[in-house]
Design a protein around this ligand. Structure first.
Ligand code: ZN
Ligand code: ZN
Ligand code: ZN
Length: 118
């Protein structure tokens, strides 16, 4: 089953519910697949660049610390992108989700800014 945004910025309740279910199912097995084409760095998990161009530290998609997700043994869930926004006082957002969550405020922000630019 695939989640798709039918029009720009239009997300139906159905899509939100499906997204929630997918996160639950795929949380331990594999990252939630992006339903909007986003260039994403798998090293620092930042947006708009690739790992080979990355100048940032490696980040864990689960706890946000500096190690690869596979080596993670932390119980903490913290989104590295949202935590960064909070640290820099750019936004008051919830950081208790994995970085690949479709609910991630930093990710949503990025998609919005991308759509606005078009
Ligand atoms: Zn990066
Ligand atoms: Zn970790
Ligand atoms: Zn986030």
């Amino acid at each position: 089953m695939k989640i798709k945004i039918k029009e720009k910025n239009v997300i139906t309740l159905y899509d939100l519910i499906m997204a929630k279910i997918r996160i639950k199912i795929e949380y331990d097995s594999c990252p939630v697949y992006e339903y909007v084409k986003v260039m994403r760095c798998f090293k620092c998990l930042g947006f708009n660049h690739k790992a080979k161009d990355c100048v940032n530290k490696i980040a864990c998609s689960k706890c946000g610390d500096s190690h690869i997700t596979r080596d993670c043994n932390s119980d903490r869930i913290r989104c590295v992108n949202c935590y960064d926004l909070v640290k820099k006082n750019l936004a008051e957002v919830d950081v208790n989700h994995v970085a690949f969550s479709v609910k991630c405020p930093a990710y949503q922000k990025y998609i919005q800014s991308k759509n606005n630019r078009k």
